[in-house]
Write a protein that binds this ligand. Structure first.
Ligand SMILES: [Zn+2]
Length: 134
């Protein structure tokens, strides 16, 4: 029995599972079926690979407009994070003031539930990043 596609996708997102190309070793997140670097040659060689969940902020910005699926809220911080595996993930940075955000700061990723279309409907997930205090 195979799991419904949507559930598999949620599981992948929740655990931060990407795929690694068996030929060149590049990691892709979210997972993809073909390595754009090796192209067709690696088609059958993409292996699941769990991410460490740790990365560094490479760019950030403050956003005043809520996403369409979100309730009105105060300004929030959007970041692009380069994960340890060399993949970039876009998300929301929390637990820090905008003035204190720095390029290169260490963050941990967590899945966040953004909203739901209806009780039986689609649930939106996004990524939340939390500064690591060492
Ligand atoms: Zn490859």
């Amino acid at each position: 029995m195979t799991m419904p596609r949507y559930w598999r996708e949620i599981r992948q997102r929740y655990k931060g599972v990407g795929v690694e190309c068996g030929k060149c070793g590049r990691i892709y997140f979210p997972p993809r079926e073909v390595c754009p670097h090796c192209r067709r040659k690696s088609y059958e060689k993409m292996e699941e690979r769990e991410l460490s969940g740790r990365g560094k902020v490479i760019t950030y910005t403050q956003v005043h407009e809520p996403l369409p699926e979100m309730k009105p809220m105060k300004p929030y911080i959007m970041v692009i994070v380069e994960m340890e595996e060399d993949v970039r993930v876009t998300g929301n940075l929390v637990n820090v003031d905008y003035e204190d955000v720095e390029i290169g700061m260490d963050v941990d990723v967590e899945l966040r539930r953004l909203g739901e279309e209806s009780p039986e409907g689609i649930i939106y997930y996004g990524y939340k990043f939390i500064p690591v205090n060492d």
